[in-house]
Design a protein around this ligand. Structure first.
Ligand SMILES: C[S@@+](CC[C@H](N)C(=O)[O-])C[C@H]1O[C@@H](n2cnc3c(N)ncnc32)[C@H](O)[C@@H]1O
Length: 251
């Protein structure tokens, strides 16, 4: 029962190969202020504000076992694949690392790719980053990021563009929280990272030991910066995962 909604989302992600591309490329259309207002109401009405995770300094609107939606079938959800409604283990360890090492992020321009609920972007802002861009191709996620950002009295910019493959000389730090959840997508990201690293951008990857990351050749170009035990609730929600790791480039 504990894993119902998230379990289904993960099963769908990992098992339905055909839906993967759809998931990555999905662009919810919520560009105007009316739609944003509707989504804000839906997000607030279907989530709980919780600090029960690895960064209790940050309050987040998430779907938890206390929410009706958690116990309902995915088809009954008003949201399509609400990745943003869960705080993924890779994102939790990455955000914990940011808040524990604020000096690495202070005054930097930080881009959080696949921001989801926005916790890593919010952590970077709390760490004193000069400028933070939360990027997610799911525009509903970006509304959630804005709600969560306001809740924590921070402000981050948002972008729904697909930035994987892009380069911007103003970026100092790129964050990837739990983005290696599929082998094909891992390959896309890795190809991009290989180009980013020589450009001098600092990369931080938060990952809970997913095979798509651990078995990927990219791992040999990265150094382990931190290891964390996942909290019990996170372990329950992510069957079989017990630790999370933060990786960075060698320089
Ligand atoms: C597993 S979730 C991780 C969310 C968050 N980083 C965390 O750790 O809690 C992956 C997120 O990546 C987003 N995503 C998928 N493909 C993307 C792409 N090409 N560019 C940006 N975001 C993407 C999804 O919409 C989803 O919010």
């Amino acid at each position: 029962m504990m894993v119902s909604f998230l379990g289904r989302l993960l099963r769908k992600t990992f098992l339905q190969n055909g839906c993967l591309k759809g998931t990555f490329l999905k662009q919810s259309s919520c560009t105007n202020s009316n739609e944003r207002a509707k989504l804000t109401k839906l997000i607030k009405g279907n989530t709980e504000i919780t600090q029960d995770h690895m960064t209790p300094e940050i309050a987040l609107h998430l779907i938890t076992p206390k929410c009706k939606l958690w116990h309902e079938k995915g088809e009954d959800s008003p949201f399509v694949d609400p990745f943003w409604a869960f705080y993924w283990p890779g994102g939790q360890v990455l955000s914990r690392f940011i808040l524990d090492n604020k000096n690495l992020f202070a005054n930097k321009t930080v881009v959080d790719i696949g921001s989801g609920c926005g916790a890593s972007a919010i952590s970077a802002k709390m760490a004193g980053a000069a400028h933070v861009l939360a990027n997610d191709i799911d525009k509903v996620a970006l509304v959630a990021v804005q709600i969560n950002s306001e809740l924590n009295t921070t402000s981050v910019e948002v972008s729904a563009s697909n930035l994987i493959g892009s380069y911007n000389s103003q970026w100092d730090v790129v964050l990837l929280g739990d983005m290696f959840y599929d082998p094909e997508f891992a390959d896309n990201i890795s190809g991009w990272i290989k180009v980013l690293i020589p450009s001098g951008i600092t990369l931080y990857v938060g990952d809970p030991g997913r095979l798509s990351f651990m078995n990927h050749p990219l791992k040999s170009s990265l150094k382990l910066c931190a290891e964390y035990q996942l909290p019990d609730r996170c372990k329950l929600e992510n069957n079989g995962l017990s630790s999370g790791y933060v990786w960075s480039c060698y320089y």
